[in-house]
Design a protein around this ligand. Sequence first.
Ligand SMILES: Cc1cc2nc3c(=O)[nH]c(=O)nc-3n(C[C@H](O)[C@H](O)[C@H](O)COP(=O)(O)OP(=O)(O)OC[C@H]3O[C@@H](n4cnc5c(N)ncnc54)[C@H](O)[C@@H]3O)c2cc1C
Length: 588
Amino acid sequence: MRSNGVLDARERGAMLSRLATERFDVLVIGGGITGAGAALDAASRGLRVALVEARDLASGTSSRSSKLVHGGLRYLEQFDFKLVYEALRERDLLVSRLAPHLVKPVSFLYPLYKKVVERPYVGAGLVLYDAMEGTRRPVPHHRHLTARGALKLAPALAPARLAGAMLYYDAQVDDARHTLTVARTAAAHSAVVATRVSAVELVRGSDGVRVTGARVRDEESGHEFTVAADSVVVCAGVWTDLVHELAGVRAGYRVRMSKGVHIVVPREAVQADTGMIVRTEKSVLFFIPWGERWIVGTTDTDWSGDRAEPAATEEDIDYILGAANRVLARPLTRADVIAVYAGLRPLVATDDEADPRGPKSDKGSKGGSKGSRGFKPTTKLSREHAVDVPAPGLASIAGGKFTTYRLMARDVVDAAVADFDREVPGSVTDQLPLLGADGLAAVQAGAGRLAEDYGVSRAVVEHLLGRYGTLATEVLDLIRAEPGLARPLADGYPYLRAEVVYAVTHEDALHVEDVLMRRMRLFIESADSGADVAAEVSLIMGRLLGWNRRKRAAETRRYLDLVAAEPTVPAIGPGSARDAALAGATAG
Ligand SMILES: Cc1cc2nc3c(=O)[nH]c(=O)nc-3n(C[C@H](O)[C@H](O)[C@H](O)COP(=O)(O)OP(=O)(O)OC[C@H]3O[C@@H](n4cnc5c(N)ncnc54)[C@H](O)[C@@H]3O)c2cc1C
């Protein structure tokens, strides 16, 4: 049976009752990119699949990455050739076939400062990088640039020591939107996808050995029930060790948390027509074009604090500004910073490499990023993934990269079904375009006519195509039915009111933060984190979800509290564009 991939928040009750009453072949725990990928992989093999996510889809690491779909140039230096090779193949598959509406090529300028040594070294790396690509080559080859050529593309660079540059290509993605689209594609293959449902206990069968499902809690109502499944797949990222504890098992690998911080600055703060990558002492720093902004980062430090709310520190922000300013003619200051976000890499470690303080409770220790002295730095830990079957009926996976999620999903589902007493087909996701990808070229070619037919501007159609692919017509249908929904949600941003409606009716948005943080990215794009439009979003959502005035006010307040509690706010400091905007929004 195929459904249409609609995740309608208004039908959550029916979906929960399916979870409680049906028996599944595979229950996936975790709705980040790995879990969404595993649900899609299993469902598209004809298995009956359920996915439970404790909060919102992509609310963990999968909305807080650098948003690159890349081989990872720096991993060549670590001789991690297999990882780079696989990641580049995945990048090309996503750009050309599986998700061309979401994963788009982006160029990076690599400035060179030591003429004699650096150019042959970096050049050789890029020859290898390009050679590892598949035959399809959806992104161009690298090029050598003179210093003058580099400054033409990136006038922001300080010319003083610049000896030249390389220009190479990778790809970028809205990580949260991609995760959501993978989950919706799984739902289109009949997977039951439930958000704000936590696994609180793993259930064993009558033999007391095999894991046969999970006790789960609906976080909206507190109601608990059991989901029955032949196999449980743990895709819980940095929470993996805690889920293993629920089953009283210990996997053959451990998860070590490494925090990565990014800052967001306006496009005009750094004049360049290309992304940039610069070397730092320990790793690299990216300037990633993001609409009218730059995402600049990242850091890589041990973390042992709260898994749900990793906090950026003054030190993190100073480090990023310092590393950026080493190459910029006009330095970035804190006043340029619109937003800061932090994410946690779920790196796999052997017992020797694991955090010496051992597994922590969900809140972690207060200590944050200090400690782990004497242990391998997180920058040096492999980005490859590890799969384990710590108990019969229980498969788990961690590590890896966003870019390689499809391979990770394939591997963990293979492990989960290995002892099934029936033949399960192999993975087919390399041939399965995500929702919105099929027929994209024709819809893009007809963008002008779509704009005329729906009475909207060409820019609106292009904005929607870039976010929903061919499903853009579903958003346009909402506008046709209610033309007022064509109005922008916030001045100066491309998002429409219709997209808030769509987030509820098709994308399972249950709260204001689901819309402003992940369905659209005002939380990191706008200086006030979207606080100014929270009440409007609550109003639109409330009409669909039956919220009365009190509930609407509570939802708005919940979002404003979240923004105010955002641990990064004080880190930016008074006088920043963000603080001024936020003060205005919360005072109003
Ligand atoms: C700063 C940074 C930059 C990065 N940049 C890149 C990049 O540019 N390119 C790239 O390829 N990779 C990048 N990565 C890596 C990539 O983001 C991660 O590998 C990937 O997002 C991890 O996804 P995940 O699904 O495994 O984990 P998560 O996204 O964290 O998902 C795990 C989910 O499990 C849920 N969960 C936990 N416990 C339970 C439970 N008991 N019941 C139900 N649900 C539960 C959580 O709520 C969470 O949503 C970056 C990572 C970081 C931190």
